[in-house]
Ligand binder design. Structure first.
Ligand code: NAP
Length: 244
């Protein structure tokens, strides 16, 4: 299983849970090699093989090299979790620069496209593969819209949902299932990156369950969509958001 952006947060929780469930894992990251290696160490305590790969998902050469490394070190990929994602400081749309919006869309949309393309070329029976599963990490922001915070990010997650449904239909007869999880307010570092480390606690009252989520609660949904348990699901968008 290749999990992009697995050096922390939801990706790290997914990598460790995957190792617990018997997968060998490839942990991709962009900047923090030490954090990625400590996730790999935790995965290895469950008996899994674990490799770390530095790759910017928005860079085509990096993505091609990342998949080649997985081929060489772990063998044919069976599950891709497109988790890497980014957002910028909260602001209104009329304050955003073109550079900011392009950066967000490149990582969250182009990055997912590049990883999906490389995975389909390996998994699809059309290309001599034996099938596989792709799980995309979207967001409830795709539904809610991100007003006064990050409409660019929300729009990129809308594209993730569309790509999930379109690709699921395109490869349904080629042995590949493609689904997405849409997390709500989850305790990770991404909120500090948006300029508000305490964002989950500020907003949790609007969640019907009145609390934020733990990364492992999203990881469990990802692992379910990756497993045979969800064998009749494709093109599904699963909210993991406490009812929000
Ligand atoms: P996080 O703690 O900020 O972790 C993001 C991960 O993505 C890090 O491992 C980071 O690696 C990596 N990453 C960022 N840009 C990358 C790039 N260009 N190429 C490769 N890796 C990159 O975030 P998180 O909250 O766990 O988010 C994971 C996913 O869940 C994202 O897609 C996010 O949009 C989605 N999500 C999160 C929430 C939430 O409330 N937390 C809600 C809805 C959806 P480095 O640290 O090495 O840069």
């Amino acid at each position: 299983m290749l999990i992009t952006g697995a050096s922390r947060g939801i990706g790290a929780a997914s990598a460790v849970l995957a190792a617990e469930r018997g997968y060998d894992v490839a942990i991709s990251y962009r900047r923090d090699a030490g954090a990625a290696e400590s996730v790999a160490e935790r995965a290895r305590t469950h008996g899994a093989r674990a490799v770390t790969i530095r790759a910017d998902v928005a860079n085509e050469d990096d993505v091609e090299r990342m998949f080649a490394t997985v081929d060489a070190e772990l063998g044919p990929i069976t599950v891709l979790v497109n988790n890497a994602g980014t957002l910028d400081l909260r602001m209104r749309l009329d304050e955003m620069t073109v550079e900011r919006v392009e950066r967000t869309l490149r990582v969250n949309i182009l990055g997912m496209f590049l990883c999906c393309r490389a995975a389909v070329r390996r998994m699809s029976t059309r290309h001599g593969g034996v099938g596989g599963r792709i799980v995309n990490v979207s967001s409830v922001a795709a539904r809610i819209g991100g007003s006064r915070e990050y409409i660019d990010y929300a729009a990129s997650k809308g594209a993730v949902d569309t790509m999930t449904v379109g690709l699921a239909n395109e490869v349904a007869e080629e042995g590949i299932r493609v689904n997405a999880v849409r997390p709500g307010l989850i305790y990770t570092d991404i909120h500090a990156q948006g300029g508000e480390p305490g964002r989950v606690d500020r907003l949790k009252a609007v969640v019907p369950m009145k609390r934020g989520g733990d990364p492992v609660e999203v990881a469990r949904a990802i692992l379910w969509l990756a497993a045979e348990d969800s064998s009749y699901c494709t093109g599904s968008l699963m909210d993991v958001s406490g009812g929000r």
